[in-house]
Design a protein around this ligand. Structure first.
Ligand SMILES: Nc1ncnc2c1ncn2[C@@H]1O[C@H](COP(=O)(O)OP(=O)(O)OP(=O)(O)O)[C@@H](O)[C@H]1O
Length: 500
């Protein structure tokens, strides 16, 4: 028995020695190219002996569409361009972009987290017999092959990765919509929609670049915080209040935000809402990536006096009566014809979306921030207050570049000085530039003229009050400087104010 064992150990030893000898001989005597080729062959043979696993993803699952098949098709379509030899190219009706799909029997290979996966697309003709008729149809499916030891990673990481990427691609390619509830009463639908195509972007909005960057950062932070919101048990939403005089870019900024996030826009007309329950339905039916806008909040609701309204519920009779009168055109409304109560708005702003998932940005606009209830302004409801005001030089430069396509001009100093004393909205400036689009120089001259015209009444009234001495020009200059400093201070204060 001991002898046999000894023999066995001996033979193993000599086998190892032979192996080492052959290996060294091959390594030392064979040319390196031959050695590498042999090595590759050996690895291939060895890999072929390893267990391989395949997963089949069919187009239909018990006659129902298989979402995973669609996801794989989208995913591979976005990647196979460089590797597959035959591809199909198409563009679907509601899509902005072209999409590639694989042809039958084509392979696509990729490396995920360090291991290789192989995809193959199959089409098989199938015949079914029912009630004496033979019907043939195509059975399309993807086959995913990989080494057996990666089964767990495929299931827990790779497949979720595919669905996530596919979702992002589909979202990017879809046509975005602008929804409005204005015609809700007539056609019975909650929202009517048109494709959303507003040209305003963060590049075209005339605004202090630092504040622009700050808003963009805030938006990026918001959309990247899904886990945070779910961890702290809060609805994934953020409230913005845009305030400032008419024509300062509130609507333009909203469009720029929606374009930046690639979200749908819901323009919520509160005066067209007939009850709080309708308001609730409207809000719940918004898509999972949406910007809900309530413009001119001070004009559509009596928000200044909360005590007038029943905060915990609707006064249905009262609401109904207001709605009836409004429909018949003879309702001038509490202060502005409010149909939904303040509680309705506050409730949904506070947490109606907690159970809906999805990311929603709520934007209110007003020309009169001071008219709004403090309860509505607090963080959680309006997380960020953005003041859009009269044009200052950095915003002016953006408009000048947009409309006249110039970055510098000899009249810039005059304009900067005048902007310190004359209130010009970006809309005013846009109008003047629009009329001289072809002649940048003329546009700038006209601008200075218009500002000087507007400056005169201010100087005259100052004169009457005895504020202006004989050295008009010098004092006007000093005043311009003071106002400019004041403006800079208020911009700085606003920045501090809006930092959470
Ligand atoms: N900050 C801005 N940047 C670029 N364009 C602007 C800006 N502000 C105003 N405009 C131009 O003026 C027009 C009116 O602007 P917008 O509707 O955005 O102002 P608003 O503040 O929403 O006005 P309102 O309070 O009356 O609704 C727009 O068509 C836009 O071209």
């Amino acid at each position: 028995m001991t002898m046999e064992l000894l023999l066995d150990w001996k033979s193993i030893g000599s086998l190892l020695a032979t192996f080492m000898f052959v290996r060294t001989a091959i390594h030392d005597f064979l040319p390196p190219e031959v050695y590498q080729a042999l090595k590759r062959l050996f690895l291939k043979v060895f890999a072929a002996l390893k267990p391989k696993i395949s997963i089949i993803i069919e187009e239909f699952d018990n006659s129902y569409n298989n979402d995973l098949f669609d996801a794989v098709q989208t995913y591979i379509g976005s990647k196979c361009f460089s590797s597959a030899q035959v591809l199909k190219l198409s563009k679907s009706k509601n899509s902005k972009s072209l999409s590639y799909t694989m042809e039958t029997n084509q392979n696509f290979e990729e490396v995920f987290e360090g291991f290789k996966v192989n995809w193959k697309f199959h089409t098989v003709e199938k015949k079914t017999n029912s009630m004496g008729y033979t019907r043939s149809h195509e059975n399309r499916y993807f086959e995913l092959s990989f080494h057996g030891k990666y089964k767990e990673i495929i299931h827990s990481s790779y497949i979720p990765h595919i669905t996530e990427v596919a979702e992002k691609i589909k979202f990017k390619n879809r046509e975005r919509k602008l929804y409005t509830n204005r015609s809700a009463d007539e056609d019975g639908r909650l929202w009517s929609s048109v494709p959303f195509s507003h040209p305003s972007t963060f590049d075209t909005v005339a605004m202090n670049p630092i504040r622009k960057r700050e808003i963009q950062d805030d938006l990026i932070k918001f959309v990247n915080r899904r886990e945070f919101y779910s961890r702290v048990g809060r609805a994934w939403k953020r409230g913005y209040l845009l305030y400032g005089p008419p024509g300062t870019g509130k609507t333009s900024l909203i469009a720029a935000i929606a374009n930046f996030l690639e979200f749908d826009i819901y323009d919520l007309e509160l005066t067209a809402v007939t009850s709080n329950s309708q308001l609730r339905k409207l809000l719940i039916s918004t898509s999972s990536k949406s910007v809900v806008v309530v413009e001119d909040i001070d004009c559509s609701l009596d928000l200044s006096d909360r005590k007038k309204e029943d905060i915990n519920g609707d006064d249905h009779h009262d609401q109904h009566e207001k709605g009836r009168k409004r429909k018949h055109g003879n309702y001038s409304g509490g202060s502005y014809g409010s149909i939904v109560s303040l509680s309705g708005v506050l409730n949904f702003v506070d947490g109606l979306w907690s159970s809906c998932g999805g990311e929603r940005l709520m934007i209110f606009t007003t020309n009169h921030k001071e008219k709004l209830d403090q309860a509505l302004l607090r963080p959680g409801r309006m997380d960020k207050h953005i003041n859009l005001s009269y044009c200052e030089i950095s915003a002016f430069k953006i408009l000048m570049n947009n409309y006249l396509n110039i970055q510098k001009h000899p009249l810039m100093n005059d304009i900067e000085e005048l902007l310190g004393v004359v209130k010009m909205t970006p809309a005013d400036i846009g109008e003047i530039f629009m009329s001289c689009e072809e002649d940048a120089n003329m546009g700038m001259v006209k601008m200075v003229e218009e500002m000087r015209i507007r400056l005169r009444p201010a100087q005259e009234s100052a004169d009457i009050n005895g504020e202006l001495s004989k050295e008009d020009d010098q004092v006007a200059e000093e005043k311009a400087e003071d106002l400019k400093n004041e403006r800079e201070d208020s911009v700085a204060a606003e920045l501090v104010d809006s930092v959470e």
